[in-house]
Design a protein around this ligand. Structure first.
Ligand code: CMC
Length: 429
């Protein structure tokens, strides 16, 4: 039976259809609202607005559920690899062995970056943030790899997708090597996606990098946990920019810029900075908790809270377990992990955090995993970006293939001055 909602405006009743998603979630369809009533809706931050219908990722913030194409993220973290998960997100199904082999070969074939791009990397100031470099370089990819008219649209998309997945990883490692002033390490055909990344980051002519399969596995899990998260800020940016029919590189570059923000992907860097400050403060977290609760202080407990999760972020649970495993592997102890665990304990007992449903999110423990792998602080958000690529790509692909595609163009409520005359400069006070 078709369901609907009724709204009464100036005594007149309008019926709005209710759409039900495959997990039973119900949404009021307001797409005809303005046409029928002359009114629009106001929803700052889109907290109550579904911008699209999507079959990629399902989240239930109350129950702490996250599934890619129906498969729980915990199962993927346990059994899959990042490349296989990327294939699943982009193509909708897990690959057969043959499809996976072919995908891996394509990723290898596209892994090298045009040599002329090195000049761009080398001319960024040494202090430039790698996220700024990455977003610029991803946009520049279109210039180096222009569209070829003889290709069908599908071939062009497949090549751009593979190129991005492969080259962004290479470019991330390149930007680190150039920042350090070290010799570049090229991708190798005999290494898997994650092993290749670690090798490009840490191999050096004086100290060959020894690949540790446990760290490779941990990196796969890190990237799988970040691979998609439905309509988050950066994905919404990719869809919005993509809706103007720009090329994939430009849309992804916009997503990287959005992810850079400290309330989004930049939080993983901000968490480690905050934990380091607490550690430097002799481990006293009380002033930080007090500041987070103070309405007159913009400070927030980084790595806590989420727009959708009102219970424990399932990714944070997996990430927390991984901290101990990775630290064991590298035979290290990180005092920041002790600080993080104590901070979590204190916050989860505090009425402010309980009442506001604030729990650790994915970024709370992820920085500790990255530190243990030797990833420098300013590369943390780049690591998130590499992980989020399959999500951005699949969401972009779904949006451009949507038969109901529309350019994204929100409305507003104008609150400025009413019409008034231009005043010549000599007559102004
Ligand atoms: N510390 C202290 N108070 C908080 C926090 C926090 N981390 N997060 C939310 N609140 C409070 C906020 O002050 C507000 O209180 P009140 O209702 O009394 O005014 C209430 O909780 C709701 O906050 P909001 O800003 O309306 O919630 P939001 O859904 O717009 O924001 C968020 C979500 C993730 C931006 C926010 O929780 C936050 O700033 N967290 C810290 C940054 C962070 O860890 N970001 C990573 C998010 S997960 C990875 C990703 O998706 O990028």
């Amino acid at each position: 039976m078709k369901q609907s909602a009724k709204i009464i405006i100036d005594g007149k009743t309008f019926e709005l259809p209710i759409i039900t998603g495959s997990e039973g979630e119900r949404v009021i369809d307001i797409s005809r609202l303005r046409k029928d009533t002359g009114l629009v809706t106001l929803d700052p931050g889109f907290a109550n607005t579904a911008s699209c219908q999507s079959s990629i990722t399902f989240m239930d913030g109350e129950r702490g559920i996250l599934r890619y194409r129906g498969i729980p993220v915990g199962q993927l973290a346990e059994h899959s690899t990042f490349v296989e998960t990327a294939y699943l997100l982009i193509n909708g199904e897990l690959p057969t062995q043959k499809q996976l082999n072919r995908f891996s070969v394509m990723l290898n074939d596209h892994s090298v970056v045009h040599e002329d791009m090195r000049a761009f990397f080398e001319n960024f100031p040494r202090w430039a943030h790698p996220m700024g470099i990455l977003s610029s370089m991803v946009n520049a990819l279109r210039a180096f790899y222009p569209e070829i008219l003889e290709r069908t649209e599908e071939e062009e998309i497949n090549i751009s997708v593979t190129r991005l997945l492969s080259k962004v990883r290479t470019m991330a490692a390149m930007s680190y090597k150039i920042f350090r002033g070290h010799k570049l390490v090229y991708p190798r055909h005999d290494l898997t996606y994650a092993a290749n990344f670690l090798n490009m980051m840490f191999d050096s002519p004086v100290r060959p990098y020894v690949i540790d399969e446990h760290l490779v596995q941990a990196l796969n899990v890190f990237w799988i946990l970040h691979a998609d998260h439905e309509q988050n800020c950066s994905t919404a940016a990719v869809r919005l920019v993509g809706s103007a029919k720009v090329n994939l590189y430009a849309a992804i570059s916009a997503g990287i810029c959005a992810l850079w923000g400290s309330l989004h992907g930049g939080a993983n860097q901000a968490v480690v900075e905050m934990l380091s400050q607490i550690h430097a403060n002799g481990g006293d977290m009380a002033p930080f908790i007090a500041r987070a609760k103070d309405k007159n202080d913009p400070f927030r407990l980084m790595g806590f809270g989420h727009r959708v999760y009102k219970s424990y972020d399932p990714r944070a649970r997996i990430m927390k377990k991984m901290c101990d495993r990775v630290l064991d592997r590298v035979k290290g102890h990180d005092p920041l992990l002790d600080v993080a665990k104590r901070l979590e304990e204190v916050a989860l007992k505090d009425p402010y955090f309980i009442d506001h449903h604030l729990y650790p999110n994915v970024d709370f423990y992820s920085g500790i995993v990255l530190r243990a792998m030797g990833i420098p602080l300013n590369m943390f958000t780049v690591m998130f970006a590499i992980g989020r690529l399959p999500g951005w790509i699949s969401q972009w692909k779904e949006s451009i293939e949507d038969p109901n595609w529309k350019i994204h163009r929100p409305r507003q409520i104008y609150t400025g001055p009413n019409e008034r005359d231009y005043v010549p400069i000599q007559e102004r006070d």
